[in-house]
Design a protein around this ligand. Structure first.
Ligand SMILES: NC(=O)c1ccc[n+]([C@@H]2O[C@H](COP(=O)([O-])OP(=O)(O)OC[C@H]3O[C@@H](n4cnc5c(N)ncnc54)[C@H](O)[C@@H]3O)[C@@H](O)[C@H]2O)c1
Length: 265
C-alpha cells in the first residue's frame, strides 16, 4: 500500500456518519487528518467522532445557509479546511416514471444535487481564496448509465458534471475537484434497499465484471488517493469504483460474461 499522510490537514466529510462517508472519515483520520464528521444525524456524527478522535458538527446539506454557517464555524473553531468529501445523499426506490411522486424528485435533487453544490461552494470558495484545497464529490454509476431511478440518475449525472465545471472554475486557484462514482456498495442504505426488496443482492454482485459488490473502504481508498498529493495533477475526473459493473453490462448482448479460466477463486 502507498504511504499516505494527511497530517496537519483539516478534512470535512458531509454525510459522514454512515456508509461511504463513515469509511472516508475513518480512513482520513487513521492517516493523520483532523476530521470533522458532519451529518444531518447529529447523534451518529458525535458517536463516530468520539470513536475516531474527530470533531463533529450537525449539517443538513439541503440549504446553502446551513453549509455556509458550517464552513464558517469549522474554520473559526478548527482551522482552514484542506479537504472536503461530499458524501451526504439519499438513494431512491426504483419506480416507473409515471409513478414517481414529485416530492421524491424534489427531495433527491435537493439533497444529492443541490446539497452537493451547496457544500462544494461553501467550502470551495474559502479554499480558492487561500489557493489550496481538494474536493471529492460522490457521484454514482447511476449518473453514467441509465437506471430506473428517474430522480437519482439525473441528480448524480449533475454531480459529475458540476465536478468538472468546478474543477475548471477553481483550477487557477489551486483547488482540485474530482468525483468518485461508486458501484453497488455495501452500506446501511443499500442494505436497507436490499431488505426492502428494492434491490437484489445476487444481481448486484452478478452483473459486475469482478462478480462482487464494492465495500465502503474501496471507495474511501479512491477518495483518499484523489485528496492526496499523489493526485496533485488530477482534477475534473470522475473515477468509477464499481467492481467493473460499467464494463460488464453491454456483454449481455453477446451472451454475458465468460466464466473463470483455470482455478481462479
Ligand atoms: N451505497 C451505494 O451503493 C452507493 C452507490 C453509488 C453512490 N452512492 C452514494 O454514496 C453516498 C453515501 O451513500 P451511502 O450508501 O453511504 O448511504 P448511507 O445512508 O449509509 O449514508 C448517507 C449519510 O448521509 C446522511 N444524509 C442524508 N441526507 C443528508 C442531508 N440532507 N444532509 C446531511 N447528511 C445527510 C445520512 O444521515 C447518512 O449518515 C450518497 O451520495 C449515495 O448516493 C452510494
Amino acid at each position: 500500500m502507498i504511504e499516505q499522510s494527511f497530517a496537519g490537514r483539516v478534512a470535512v466529510v458531509t454525510g459522514g456518519a454512515s456508509g461511504i462517508g463513515e469509511a472516508c472519515c475513518r480512513m482520513l483520520a487513521a492517516r493523520g487528518a483532523r476530521v470533522v464528521v458532519t451529518d444531518r444525524d447529529a447523534a451518529r456524527a458525535e458517536a463516530l467522532a468520539r470513536a475516531i478522535g474527530a470533531a463533529a458538527m450537525a449539517l443538513d446539506v439541503a440549504t446553502q445557509a446551513a453549509n455556509e454557517a458550517c464552513a464558517a464555524a469549522v474554520e473559526a473553531e478548527i482551522g482552514p479546511v484542506d479537504i472536503l468529501v461530499t458524501s451526504a445523499g439519499v438513494l431512491q426506490r426504483p419506480l416507473r416514471a409515471e409513478e414517481l411522486p414529485e416530492q421524491v424528485v424534489e427531495e433527491v435533487v435537493r439533497i444529492d444535487q443541490i446539497g452537493t453544490w451547496n457544500s462544494a461552494v461553501a467550502f470551495g470558495r474559502r479554499m480558492a481564496l487561500r489557493g489550496r484545497g481538494a474536493i471529492v464529490t460522490i457521484g454514482s454509476i447511476a449518473g453514467i448509465r441509465s437506471m430506473p431511478l428517474h430522480a437519482y440518475s439525473p441528480a448524480k449525472a449533475a454531480v459529475i458534471e458540476m465536478t468538472r465545471c468546478l474543477a475548471a472554475e477553481w483550477g487557477r486557484s489551486g483547488v482540485r475537484v474530482n468525483a468518485v462514482s461508486p458501484g453497488f456498495t455495501r452500506t446501511p442504505a443499500l442494505q436497507r434497499a436490499i431488505e426492502a426488496g428494492e434491490r437484489d443482492a445476487a444481481l448486484l454482485e452478478g452483473t459486475s465484471a469482478l462478480g462482487e459488490m464494492v465495500t465502503p473502504e474501496d471507495i474511501a481508498e479512491a477518495v483518499c488517493f484523489l485528496c492526496s498529493d499523489s493526485a496533485r495533477a488530477i482534477t475534473g475526473v470522475n473515477l468509477p469504483v464499481d467492481a467493473g459493473w460499467l464494463v460488464a453490462g453491454s456483454w449481455a448482448t453477446y451472451g454475458g460474461l465468460p466464466g473463470p479460466r483455470g482455478n481462479a477463486p
